[in-house]
Write a protein of this length. Sequence first.
Length: 287
Amino acid sequence: MPTQGPLIPRRRLGAALRELRDAAGLHLDAAAAHLECSTSKISRLETGQGIPKARDIRDLLDLYGIDDQRTRDRLLRLAGEGRRQGWWESISRSVPPTLETYISLESEANSLSNFTGFAIHGLAQTEEYARKIYASIFNQAKPEEVEAMVRIRMGRQNNLAEREEPLSIAMVLDEGALCREVGGRQVMRAQLQRLIEFSQLPEVRLRILPFSLGHQLGGQCSYGVFQFDDDIDRNTVNVELSGGDSWLEQETEVNRYLSLFNSMFRKCPDEPQSRDLILNTLTERFA
């Protein structure tokens, strides 16, 4: 099962097409006239939002004077990858676009800096905890729809475990998420034990934001900052809001959230102390 979705290949293709068009000294309207389409279609291709067709890509490469076969093959390969379905579509056809974006970034980013305030992060959830969370949030959903979302969540965990280069994760979890009972004591016992195991993975740095630290500016909502090591892919912030997720890509916004996160991360108890806090909550509240 491929771990990558179509978003990242589309973004990489779009960045390359934009660079080639600029190098050729052409405006969007010239490319649109060559394809006999609207400028918005070219813009969507260059921002990774449009579905790339091989014929369109070949025509654009001809327009830009690209004869190098390796370059043409690479971009056409990206176009093919950008047309494929995400692995999650074999599980459910009704995955929200925001989740598709999140999974694609999660599968390809080099690092994730994340704060979660209301529940255990999805990458560390047990199957039963995830099931109870989804049943609570989507209380009008059919049981099979809840099961599909649980399978997708477990699939995300499996895909990350199989990555050749692990995703480097720095995570802050609010202490309230440890205490908030989801699904009963047995579910919570298994969940906190799983969280301890997750915190011991070599690629994970997990810290707990304790009640004793009071209000933190970086802890007002749940968010994740995805970062890439190359200059092609855009660092992106996902902000979780009740009315729908927000996505931020401007460098100033990314840096602002990173600064808030890093400041909060430094104030939290270190990783061993945070594990002790999880263990104490497990034994005192859910033993």
